[in-house]
Every structure is written in C-alpha cells, then in structure tokens.
Design a protein around this ligand. Structure first.
Ligand SMILES: [Fe+2]
Length: 225
C-alpha cells in the first residue's frame, strides 16, 4: 500500500487540488508508519524469516498485479475513469474491504484469546488512520461521480469483479494455515460481504448530490473514527 499510493498523489497534485494533496501527504506518511509498525512487531517477537511464503495466489494477484498496475496507470492516464478505478481498487477494495477484514480478524484472534494487547492497541490506532483513508477515497469517488455520473456504473462493475477475490482470500488463509486461534470463519466472511455492500451503499447515497453538498459532508457521514 505504501509503495502504490504515489501516482494518486501526483495526479491530484497535477490537478492543482492543494487541500487534497496536503491530506494525501499525511495519508502516505501513515501508510509508511503502518508498515513500520508491523516490522517493529515482527522484530519484537524475533521473526526474521521471509513472510512472502504466506502470500497465496489470490493475495499475489491483488498485491503483485491488480493494485500496482491500476495505480501505475495513473502515470500515463489521469482521466476521471482511471482515477476512479484507482480509488475503487485502492480505497474501496484493498483498504475498505481487505484491510478492514484483516483488522476484524486481529480483534477476533487477539481479543478473544487475550493475547498481545500492545499489537491490538496498535491495530486500533491503525484502524483510525484507515477510516480517514477510506473516507478520502469515498469523497474522491463521490466528487468524480458528481461530475461524471456514468462512472458510478464503472465502480459498481469493478467492485463486483473484485468481490470473488475477497472471498477466496478469506478461505485461502485457512486452507494454508488452518485455524489455530479458533476464529469464527463465518463471521469473518460475513464481515467481508458486509464491507463489500457497505462501500457501494455509501457511494450510491451520494448519487445525484451536487459538488457543494459533497464538500459540506461531515466526518461522521464518511465513517471517520
Ligand atoms: Fe490505508
């Protein structure tokens, strides 16, 4: 996520949207901090191995191909369609569905088993940052859709295409590692499915809204924690 964000910031900067660019610099800083936090955690428990062995096929197709290719496309194509595609894949899907499900899984595992309170606290703080990232993506898509209404359909279609990947990603982890902490797998899957529908519901709510109305929306409406 840290590596892939820059083309979005460059696109927004090129459009001269200084306020959004200013926010996005904190966004990138937070992505880097999240990476550092997980590295710190691994260092504290003495984990030095190569964790890419845990990357499943679906994980690889999302994080090695779909996400970087979508974001890099912005370097040559800054059309509203390409920008919406980037926000859909990065903010709505990867953050809004996958990362949120990951955090839900952390709570299920660590809270239920009363393990690693420091890690859990850190994840709680990460989740707060994440809520702002997803809120920005939602705002961006709403802004684009209010100016180019046909893009709503494009976003809807893309989310439908990505949905099966979120579902397989859930099961692949258990297939590989089993379920050592006794997670409620159905609850995690239900959470993923709920996130998939929630993202589209929030975007749909803004359909037909004028740009001024979108700018007036408050933090709560965007789900900022
Ligand atoms: Fe994020």
């Amino acid at each position: 996520m840290t590596l892939d964000l820059l083309p979005l910031i460059m696109t927004i900067a090129k459009e001269g949207r200084i306020e959004e660019e200013m926010y996005l610099t904190t966004f990138l800083f937070e992505e880097a901090k999240h990476m550092e936090f997980f590295r710190y955690t691994l260092d504290q428990i003495g984990e030095t191995g190569d964790l890419t062995v845990y990357h499943s096929d679906t994980y690889k197709s999302i994080f090695y191909e779909i996400l970087p290719e979508t974001m890099e496309k912005l370097l040559t194509d800054q059309s509203p369609e390409a920008l919406a595609e980037a926000a859909t894949v990065y903010n709505m899907f990867t953050e809004g569905v996958l990362a949120e499900t990951g955090y839900f899984g952390f709570y299920q595992t660590l809270e239920a088993n009363k393990m690693m309170p420091g890690l859990l606290k850190g994840v709680g703080l990460l989740k707060k940052d994440e809520s702002r990232h997803i809120a920005y993506g939602t705002f961006l898509l709403q802004r684009i859709i209010s100016e180019h209404p046909h893009i709503f359909k494009q976003v809807e279609k893309r989310m439908e295409e990505l949905s099966p990947l979120a579902i397989t990603l859930n099961t692949e982890g258990y297939d590989r590692l089993g379920n050592p902490f006794g997670n409620d797998q159905q609850a995690v899957l239900n959470f993923t499915l709920k996130q998939l529908s929630v993202r589209m519901e929030i975007l749909a709510r803004a359909k037909g809204k004028g740009i001024e109305e979108i700018y007036q929306s408050n933090e709560k409406e965007y789900g900022i924690l």
